[in-house]
Design a protein around this ligand. Sequence first.
Ligand code: MF3
Ligand code: CO
Length: 270
Amino acid sequence: MFGRDRVELKTPEQIRAMRRAGLLTRAALDAARDALRPGVTTDELDAVAAEVIRAGGGTSNFLGYHGYPKTLCISVNEVVVHGIPGGRVVQEGDVVSIDGGAVVDGWHGDSAFTQIVGEPRDAGDEELVEITRQAMWRGIAALDRRGRVGDVGAAVEDAVDGRLAIVDGYTGHGIGTAMHQAPDVLNHRDRDRGPKVRPGLCLAVEPMCTRGTTETDVLADEWTVVTTDGSRAAHWEHTVAVLPEGLWVLTATDGGAAELGALGVTVPAQ
Ligand code: MF3
Ligand code: CO
């Protein structure tokens, strides 16, 4: 029904249905975050999220996606994205990115966060996490201007301001009746500013940054994406909808009101 490059615009009612997927995604990621401490295995974190999604009446959109074997992607230190949960034991000072999503009634949520476990190894790791988080929020806020989708990437690039490397070759995406839809949402400025931002547009905004290189390799498991220089990486992601009245961050408990409010963007009351 929707061509690869056609943008699927959602009605306010459909966006309300997507909110349920967004909130279940949030609950699953929050539960994994609450369980994140030294000594836990990434498989244990995966099981925590899987149970929240199951109990909430949803399904995981990652599990089985092109054969992906788990509910979460858990990417530790030099792993940028798509780390597969397993027996790895989380250590104090690890930089852990947790990415996941839930499907409810056919609608998808997708979100990620990065957290340092216990005491940070150094201030640079804290900056890595915080600058990437701020870049995500500035990218989301740029949608409120109703310009072009490419304004997200420009805002991400400006927010990072050369302090981190923005990972090459990975982008955000449209989301709705599938996890990955048109359009691509770049994390940097591009000549092609992309489609117009209009009501009904739903995007996953997801900057990925490193303390070193923009370059990555994929490991032999065909999933795990690592920095080529071993530098540590962060990844933040939210699913956001453009409503006729304004933005709604579907995977944030408060709809994005606090973070966007701090950037001068008012989130309409739901
Ligand atoms: N959440 C990732 C994204 O943002 C997708 C993970 S790939 C999967 O696009 F196979 F793990 F699902
Ligand atoms: Co995504």
